[in-house]
Design a protein around this ligand. Structure first.
Ligand code: AMP
Length: 396
């Protein structure tokens, strides 16, 4: 079955057409600047990237453009819409309601809307994408795959904030965690690659990209993760602060004469390694700056690495041990220096990195030495494939 995977943001829409039997993507693409002017970048497997500047006034126009590109006589990969068996939608927040992926109907849409308060930037955009697809592809089954669902197995002691309990009762203020599709996919793959039985395993996944999170996966189930009510908690990220003393918010607001939304914007968009270095949120720029002697860029990297290593230690304690550590996402998959720096803190666990094996980029690889007590792997994530698999399983 051919499955269209949609990841819809407020002004962008990413897509892949995946064959559920071969698990290969026939085409991938991105609509950008929706509601501004519009650009569609469409790539057919094995061919060159094609860029079309075309007006995309809204998300419906974007979905229409995607379908036209998929069916295009010259650059298309299907001859008619009937060939698309189902659509899988990434949805960021499923609250406590969604513990797994679901077939979308009116009741599911209403329940996703109820989670909008928990992800005001993401869920409404995800819903716009679902609406547009339902309008343009009536009768095609659609599935929602939630970033939060995999972490719904966290025990109460892990997801509870020490706040007045009424905030949980009234507003469901608790830790949810994100990147769940990636943590789930990578933990399964890491178990397969290291020959460990997933149902009897202790795996730590480090999803290190512009957004970054660590998770503790015990016997295939998430038991803790570093992101919380929102994706702001936890690791140092590209532009997000991760964990800070909450008293800093009032302190900065008073000192700088800023409003609460302004301080939150700083924590989300102006902090992390970008705020620390003053150089960039991109580690490639940071490494270039550090190599050129920029001390703040060096320090930013050290803070990022140290926080990541601390979480790995915490999650080893949470699971009373660890069998496998897997690195994924932009940095985790590609940056051997960051992987080596994080693992240098883990010698007490018996972690030993093999520098030759670690010299790998964007590929599945064992990067620990044969004598390492813990297996360490680089595992490229594939959230789109995970969404396609869930979609096929639910509608197949
Ligand atoms: P993501 O959000 O998963 O796309 O990850 C973005 C981060 O990954 C950025 O900090 C990039 O610098 C880093 N990254 C992406 N590709 C590479 C690469 N080939 N080498 C080193 N870092 C990379």
């Amino acid at each position: 079955m051919k499955i269209l995977v949609i990841n819809c943001g407020s002004s962008s829409l990413k897509y892949q057409l995946i064959d559920s039997e071969t698990e290969k993507a026939a085409a991938v693409g991105l609509c950008e600047r929706i509601g501004i002017d519009g650009r569609l970048v469409h790539t057919v497997a094995g061919c060159e990237k094609l860029t079309f500047d075309k007006p995309l006034p809204d998300h419906e126009a974007a979905v229409q453009a995607v379908l036209a590109a998929l069916m295009d006589g010259q650059h298309g990969v299907v001859s008619s819409l009937d060939e698309i068996g189902a659509v899988g939608h990434r949805v960021v927040h499923g609250g406590e309601r969604f513990t797994g992926s679901v077939v979308i109907d009116d009741a599911v849409i209403a329940a996703i809307k109820e989670c909008n308060d928990l992800a005001p930037l993401h869920n409404p955009a995800n819903l716009i994408g679902i609406d547009a697809c339902r309008k343009l592809m009536p009768g095609v089954p659609m599935v929602a795959v939630f970033d939060t669902a995999f972490h719904q197995t966290m025990p109460k002691k892990a997801y509870t904030y020490a706040l007045p309990y009424e905030y949980y009762d009234k507003y469901k203020v608790r830790r949810y965690g994100f990147h769940g599709t990636s943590h789930s996919y990578v933990s399964r793959r890491a178990a397969e690659l290291s020959g460990v039985d997933l149902n009897n395993s202790k795996i730590i996944v480090c999803h290190l990209g512009n957004g970054a999170s660590v998770s503790a996966i015990l016997n295939g189930k998430s038991v803790d993760t570093s992101m919380g009510l929102t994706p702001l908690e936890g690791l140092v990220m590209g532009t997000r602060s991760g964990d800070i003393d909450p008293a800093i918010i009032e302190f900065i607001a008073k000192k700088e004469g800023k409003s609460l939304p302004e301080v939150m914007e700083i924590l989300n968009k102006k902090s992390g390694v970008y705020g620390l270095s003053g150089v960039s949120s991109d580690f490639r720029d940071l490494e270039a700056a550090a190599d050129g002697g920029n001390e703040r860029a060096k320090d930013a990297t050290e803070v990022f690495v140290y926080r990541t290593a601390k979480y790995i230690g915490a999650y080893t304690a949470a699971m009373n041990g660890v069998d496998v550590i897997a690195f994924t996402a932009g940095l985790g998959e590609n940056d051997k220096k960051i992987r080596a720096k994080v693992c240098a803190y883990l010698k007490y666990l018996g972690v030993e990195i093999d520098d030759v094996r670690n010299d790998v980029r964007g590929k599945e690889a064992l990067i620990s030495s044969d004598s390492s007590k813990i297996k360490v792997l680089a595992v490229p994530t594939n959230e789109e494939l995970a969404i396609a698999r869930d979609t096929a399983a639910l509608v197949g």
